[in-house]
Design a protein around this ligand. Structure first.
Ligand code: MG
Length: 313
């Protein structure tokens, strides 16, 4: 269950979305409670969004999905007020390079894999969640069915020895990257896994906000930025710049979000090396429309703000 936020000033409405996750201690009760505390920050103009975000960090600890919703609504408002898309406000040119999202193959039984691969036919890059007792079988089966490049996400699911073995085995399976092989705290072990892997090891659960990046620059090859982990686009941009300064790769991910949250994240996709924004593609009834992924290729709306429209239903 996600939560949608509207802010209104001078007759202009900005929209935001929170996708709370129990894993990060948020739910449909904590988000409105946090937003209640953050609301007084909107007494200033939304144009001072850097200042508002800094104050939000001081006012409420954690609650990053709630903060992301507020950040989205503010930037949507600012873009609409200035009559420009947020990506333009950030000085970005989404046309500069083609952005392709990966598409997640769910962890179903092996029997259903052929059907899943067929359903993903349109998407040129597949994301596979491992950390199961059938990892070898899953990948072997996928390799029988398609040669498409794979993003692997172990979701902290491997033990150290297992990870060493699996990264080696995956080396010739057309794998582009491996996300979070070990538990978030296992830095020394992750470094040894990284030394063995021939593809970038990307931090997901290990890196939530910009403060997490610098201590881990030697542990990982890159970071997975998600608006719901870091509190929105203002913080996500900061993370991109810190990561670049530290020589890290940048991946852009998501939770299960509607086209509102996904379109917000997609505003900065042109700054990222790997994009995994399939959240809205997995939603049956999307209340919004915005960014479109045709054959996996992102096109961003040219409309002001986040460029998102409400679906009538
Ligand atoms: Mg992940």
């Amino acid at each position: 269950e996600n939560i949608f936020v509207e802010i209104e000033q001078e007759g202009i409405v900005g929209w935001g979305e929170a996708a709370p996750s129990k894993f990060y201690h948020e739910d449909t009760k904590t988000v409105p409670a946090a937003l209640q505390k953050l609301m007084p920050l909107l007494k200033t103009t939304p144009f001072f969004y850097e200042e508002i975000q800094a104050a939000a960090a001081e006012t409420v600890t954690g609650n990053f999905a709630a903060k992301a919703a507020l950040d989205m609504a503010i930037l949507d408002w600012v873009g609409k007020k200035l009559n420009i898309p947020v990506w333009k406000l950030f000085g970005l040119n989404p046309q500069k390079k083609q952005t392709i999202t990966s598409f997640t193959i769910g962890l179903d039984s092996l029997d259903i894999l052929p059907q899943k691969i067929t359903e993903a036919d349109e998407y040129p890059i597949l994301k596979v969640k491992l950390g199961t007792s059938e990892d070898y079988e899953i990948i072997s089966k996928i390799r029988e069915l398609t040669p498409k490049p794979l993003y692997i996400d172990a979701n902290e699911g491997w033990k150290f020895d297992e990870a060493l073995e699996k990264v080696e085995w995956l080396a010739d399976k057309n794998v582009i990257l491996i996300e979070q092989p070990l538990l978030a705290g296992q830095h020394k072990e992750t470094l040894r896994v990284r030394e063995k892997a021939r593809v970038p090891i990307i931090a997901d659960e290990s890196v939530k906000t910009w403060q997490d990046i610098l201590p881990l620059t030697n542990t990982f090859d890159g970071i997975n930025i998600k608006l719901m982990k870091c509190g929105g686009l203002v913080n996500a941009l900061k993370m991109v710049h810190i990561a670049r300064a530290a020589g890290l790769k940048v991946m852009l991910g998501c939770f299960i979000e509607s086209s509102l949250g996904i379109t917000a994240a997609a505003q900065i996709a042109s700054l990222c090396d790997y994009v995994d924004l399939d959240g809205s593609l997995l939603v049956a009834k999307d209340p919004f429309q915005g960014a479109v992924f045709e054959n996996g290729v992102l096109s961003l709306p040219d409309r002001p703000g986040l460029g998102v429209l409400k679906n009538k239903n």
